[in-house]
Design a protein around this ligand. Sequence first.
Ligand code: NA7
Length: 537
Amino acid sequence: MAHTETLIVGAGLAGLRALYALREQGISAVVLEASDEIGGVWNHNRYPGARCDVESFDYSYSFSKELEQEWRWSERYPTQPEILRYINHVADRFDLRRDIVLNARVEEAVYDEDQAVWEVTTSEGCRWTANTLMLCLGQLSAPKIPSYPGQEDFGGEVIVSAMWPRRQVDFTGKRVGIIGTGSSGMQMTPVIAETAAHLTVFQRTANYSLPAANAPLTDEEDARVKANYDARREQIRNSPTGLGFQPGKVKTLDVSTEEREAALEKSYHRLGFGFALTFPDILLDAKANAVASDFLKRKMGERVADPELRKKLVPNDHGFGTRRPSVDGGYFEAFARDNVELADIREHPIVEFTPNGIRTDEKLHELDIVIFATGFDALTGALLRPRIVGRSGQTLAEKWADGPLTQLGLATAGFPNMVIVAGPGSPSVLSNVIVSIEEHADWFARMLAAFKAQGIAEFEATKAAERAWTDYVQQRARETLYGTANSFYNGGEVKGKPRVFMPFSGGVRNYRQHLQKCADENYSGFEKRKTPAAQKS
Ligand code: NA7
């Protein structure tokens, strides 16, 4: 059985960054990665058209000035292959691979209360012990895969967007069906439409989307951003959602109709997600939200010529931003092609798969390939996949049966010496996640170094602190409009999942202040013990 001070689970953007941060603080660490490659979701989501909907300059690490200056992004919104290249470059440049173990899926982690160590077993039967367990498992990484009657009899191929095969999938001459119209479905639709003989998009809920306005990055733009990168990073760290622009300060209804329209028009063409921050109350006030929603519905409608199709493709059941919107590159325009068809499965639900395709209650859609772009068991899904056993044999799944409980999104009582990077209770999915990742990685590294220096053998979130923070997360969410929709933010889209709002909606800047206060108070909300609690009793 091998031992390290900290076992990091997951070699995605979070795991790599955590490894770097721990090394900087002189703490040994090993990363266990289930896949045979690093990269996390950027390794698995290889579907055509996959790209990040946060700008490349902002969706990148800030810890190294040299890296920041050296790396040259080619487009405004980076593609999946480019991000994966970046991640691999970082791993090489900072010599991270020597502490990464691939093909090591963590099946079980059990806390030994007497020794204050975690005992971890991988699917290959390898065993590790560590003083601290750091979960870097991703917030949108456990795919949600529906199962339909007759699915096993389908004669074609079924592909899950988030588990895309490494081989080239050739759509030429194929009849393809995509189930799901979130970011993944919307990104792949125009790309697959170009080569498929026929494409059917199965839509349950129409989604808001903004045009990506993607473009190659010119040398001038690259130089301009790199000359002022520090200021941009500072702006990001002090922003609501971790994006590199100044959010609007004046409320929606405090400006004239013309000014409002002009401001929305400007951000619509330039900001992608940032559109939500054109005015500060778009996600807080129903009237303000209606203004932004109506604007977008009009814009989306203008992209669809056919009036019947327009009615179906434009959302009518939720306000903009209450579910995650998309940033697309030609999604609506794709439906103007002869080979692209929309199947409204809210109106005509899927009844079954047949050997030849998918039958709705209206007709049989004959298909050769079906793609599930059906999203993820968000925030808690990946954390609950391994069997994690804390004090007194309690599993994390048992502890979180009614929803996640965390002290500041960092840790949960009853699971000493275990921390979570960018999980529930942190801004995670409501922010540019790499900002939250870096914040957590550095913060945890400093905390572990401080505890090491203080001779702390065991630290544990207190029940009072996690109750207070979880209530605060709910309170902040109630101040927003997020509660008006079922979404992966609140578990509303997974059957049987507790209906609890999970991410912290108070913003990146505000969250950072809470983290700082906690650290300044020598990590308040955590019990710190030089001797493990079990040894005392
Ligand atoms: P999302 O945004 O969760 O979208 C999933 C889509 O799949 C959405 O349209 C769902 O419809 C649909 N869905 C889910 N389950 C079903 C079933 N059973 N039947 C039909 N349709 C279904 O996931 P994405 O992968 O697109 O994007 C997630 C994030 O990953 C994205 O925000 C980026 O950060 C990367 P619904 O809306 O629930 O009716």
